[in-house]
Design a protein around this ligand. Structure first.
Ligand code: C5P
Length: 240
């Protein structure tokens, strides 16, 4: 696969998994070029609030697109009101995550409430899960495999109208084959096959893109690096 560093950079969502504003400022101010997509998640929103997080990122990187990773999961009525409120904010949100386990009605309500102003992204199975962890936590579920379950979740959400999904890159090839029109966002990316932290199912950026990922979520390999700028440079040039 041929790809330039520019378009590889555009396929990365950098996760801002910080709990203090100062950490976000220190990280983003030093980073060049700025990431095309920035992921704001539960860590930052729980500590500074959604509006402050959006304002902060918008000020530091006004050109970057916002991926709001709230992984919402609630009854359809509550989700509808929440998504409507988020779509009406003055900050433009490009992606918003919900758990597909919330079911087809919840996803349909989310899509209706988004009025196409943001992309509803359905999370399949968290990349921190493995077949073993599911079997240990839910011993009564006997016929479980991650690929089959991911595929069932995507089928249900696809029928509800969702086109963007979060999955492990391990399932990307299979899901793209089964559902050619979907777009896949894949966390659990490691620059080298080394320490996996709490991620059970990991791939390198090149492997994940080859498997069909449309957007790679990368957090700790960059922000926890000894020299984040150096790792960022290495990453965005890694396909040259
Ligand atoms: O640090 P790391 O590169 O593992 O970043 C993982 C990021 O991706 C975190 O922000 C986490 O919330 C998110 N994520 C995930 N697995 C999913 C969905 C999102 O790890 N299935």
């Amino acid at each position: 696969m041929q790809s330039t560093s520019k378009n590889l950079k555009d396929k990365i969502a950098l996760a801002l998994d910080f709990s203090r504003e100062e950490e976000v400022i220190a990280f983003l101010s030093q980073l060049n070029p700025k990431p095309k997509v920035l992921k704001i998640g539960l860590e930052l929103t729980s500590s500074v609030g959604i509006l402050c997080a959006l304002e902060l990122v918008n000020q530091l990187c006004p050109e970057s697109e916002i991926f709001l990773d709230l992984k919402l999961h609630d009854i359809p009525n509550t989700i509808s009101k929440s998504v409507e409120a988020l779509s009406n904010l003055k900050y433009k949100i490009k992606f918003l995550t919900l758990h597909s386990l919330g079911g087809s009605k919840m996803l349909e309500e989310a899509l209706n409430a988004s009025k196409n102003s943001l992309n509803i992204v359905a999370v399949t199975v968290l990349t921190s899960h493995s077949n073993e962890s599911i079997q240990k936590d839910f011993p009564r579920i006997t016929d479980f495999t991650l690929p089959a379950f991911s595929s069932d979740l995507v089928r249900m959400a696809y029928q509800a109208g969702v086109r963007w999904f979060v999955s492990s890159a391990n399932e990307a090839r299979m899901l793209k084959k089964q559902f050619s029109e979907i777009k896949l966002i894949t966390p659990g990316i490691r620059l080298k096959k080394i320490d996996n932290d709490d991620q059970s199912r990991v791939m390198t950026p090149v492997e994940a893109l080859k498997a069909g990922s449309d957007l790679l979520v990368i957090g700790r390999p960059i922000y926890k690096a000894e020299n984040p700028q150096l790792e960022w440079n290495n990453l965005i040039h890694s396909l040259n």
